[in-house]
Design a protein around this ligand. Structure first.
Ligand code: 4AD
Ligand code: MG
Length: 459
């Protein structure tokens, strides 16, 4: 018989008769003449209840079944008299695939997130993490669906790069040089390295995306990005996934419109396609989630300039750990104050001082600010960072000179401003931060399968 997944079985209107299910035992309860097994196969949050009568040939073995044991169960799908479940399976056959001994760490119903991080290889077998990673999968699909519907093309940007997009110097080096040789020579001879020059893991696919937007129109990249910033916060990991749309013939306002449409679309998709998993987050992670989701879906996002934001923060009477000064980057406490307390909605901040932003952002007419945009959201702070790009060759070259960037290395980037340059805009959205917002999960380590953070790469 072919195996049927539990999410399929639980949604059936009529019984198909005998079914074969395969999964892991979450709990076993014994009574005199039978035992109940709760089986989960990861296809959905819910378990299916299996009843094993003591007349089964291998009943003594079945009695030894422990939490975590993998089993294959055959039996007719039958209406359940129990509360809260439509179907159950009185087993005609239970095959124990592999017993999990008592040392299986997921015995208790609830474990701390800290503990579960130490067993990241097992935590997807819990309700909360199972829900989180099913949602993550569904959201990745929703991103591609959204962009397909919007007529965008998907670009896979290279992960190994020779250029620094953000110019923040937070890159992981890629090299094939032998550490022994480097030691002997007392330096890294990049001419002898694999690519004949310094290379790094990408911090952003943007520069590639820009080239393709200027060819295919609207494109997006969605893939892993790497940052060697030594920040041990609940919102930073060294390897994370970024979604980066890049749109030709598009200004900053249109880019914000796009970002707002995107966030609302993905949120709606989560509510429609993952109602059970989303309900779990409300019950067990964050009771205020429904209210936040409602705001996300139904309230227009606020839009103000950086200068206005500084003004609001300075007049706020709120005690911040970091001082608010025009010309400095906002700290997450400031970002959260604006989104959580002041606007109580996501808020786009635009037009930052050029000194605190990368070279590629379009210089505004005031000559002091650039057409940058960050989307700040409650609980998280920065979810999206982007800009209108500097499309004017002369202005771009000026900026690069001001910032001491090696112009010759960016010859191909500059070419795009030489040959049919057009206004274009785009942004990056941190996928993990988006998932945090959607679930209320407050640590980024808990929405990514195997988090990479300073000093930690066990899995
Ligand atoms: O603001 P960022 O640095 O923007 C860029 O890299 C642009 N080149 C994107 C573009 O315009 N195409 O990063 C974009 C987003 C941030 O808003 C944040 O959500 C996320 O990426 N992010 C991180 N997420 C997790 N861990 C980190 N260390 C992150 N750094 C940035
Ligand atoms: Mg940013």
């Amino acid at each position: 018989m072919e195996r049927t997944k539990i999410n399929v079985l639980l949604n059936l209107e009529k019984t198909p008769g005998p079914v074969l299910i395969k999964g892991w035992v979450r709990t076993k309860r014994d009574s005199k003449e039978f035992c109940f097994l709760e089986i989960n196969d990861g296809s959905c949050l819910k378990n299916i209840q299996v009843i094993a009568q003591n007349d089964l040939a291998n009943y003594p073995d079945i009695q030894t079944i422990t939490t975590g044991t993998s089993v294959a169960v055959t039996g007719p799908l039958s209406p359940s008299p129990g509360k809260g479940q439509k179907w159950e399976v009185p087993a005609t056959d239970i095959d124990i695939i592999s017993l999990a001994p008592e040392s299986y760490p997921l015995q208790k119903k609830r474990h701390s997130d800290e503990f579960l991080r130490t067993i990241a290889h097992l935590r997807p077998r819990t309700n909360k993490y199972g829900a989180g990673f099913r949602l993550r999968s569904e959201m990745a699909f929703a991103i591609h669906k959204f962009y397909k519907e919007q007529g965008f093309r998907y670009l896979t940007a290279p992960l190994i790069t020779g250029s620094d997009c953000e110019g923040a110097g937070e890159m992981f080096r890629v090299t094939s040089l032998d550490p022994k040789t480097v030691k002997e020579q007392g330096k890294m001879d990049f001419t002898a390295d694999f690519f004949g020059q310094e290379s790094n893991l990408t911090v952003s696919g943007q520069l590639s995306a820009e080239m393709f937007a200027l060819a295919l129109g609207d494109v997006y990249t969605f893939g892993p990005t790497f940052r060697a910033e030594n920040s041990n916060t609940s919102r930073h990991v060294a390897e994370f996934w970024m979604l980066e749309p890049e749109m030709a013939f598009c200004d900053l306002k249109e880019s914000m419109d796009h970002g707002e449409t995107l966030v609302k679309y993905l949120t709606r998709h989560a509510m429609e396609e993952c109602p059970e998993d989303m309900a779990l987050f409300t019950s067990f992670v964050d009771k205020s989630l429904p209210k936040r989701i409602d705001t996300l879906l139904n309230t227009p996002f606020a839009r103000i300039s950086y200068t206005q934001a500084i003004d609001i923060l300075q007049k706020s009477n709120k005690k911040f750990d970091f001082k608010v000064d025009y010309g400095t980057d906002l700290q997450s406490e400031h970002e959260r104050f604006l989104a959580e307390e002041y606007f109580k909605t996501p808020v786009f901040l635009t037009d930052y001082p050029k000194e605190i932003k990368p070279f590629y952002m379009r210089v505004n007419d005031d000559g002091k600010t650039v057409a940058a945009v960050d989307l700040l959201v409650p609980q998280i702070g920065e979810l999206i960072g982007g800009s209108q790009r500097e499309e004017r060759l002369a202005v771009l070259k000026n900026r690069m000179a001001e910032m001491n960037l090696p112009m010759e290395k960016y010859w191909w980037y500059l070419d795009s401003r030489r040959f049919g340059s057009v206004p274009h805009s785009g942004f990056g959205m941190g996928f993990e931060r988006f998932l945090m917002m959607l679930t209320g999960i407050s640590n980024i380590r808990d929405v990514i399968p195997f988090p990479r953070t300073p000093g930690s790469i066990d899995f």
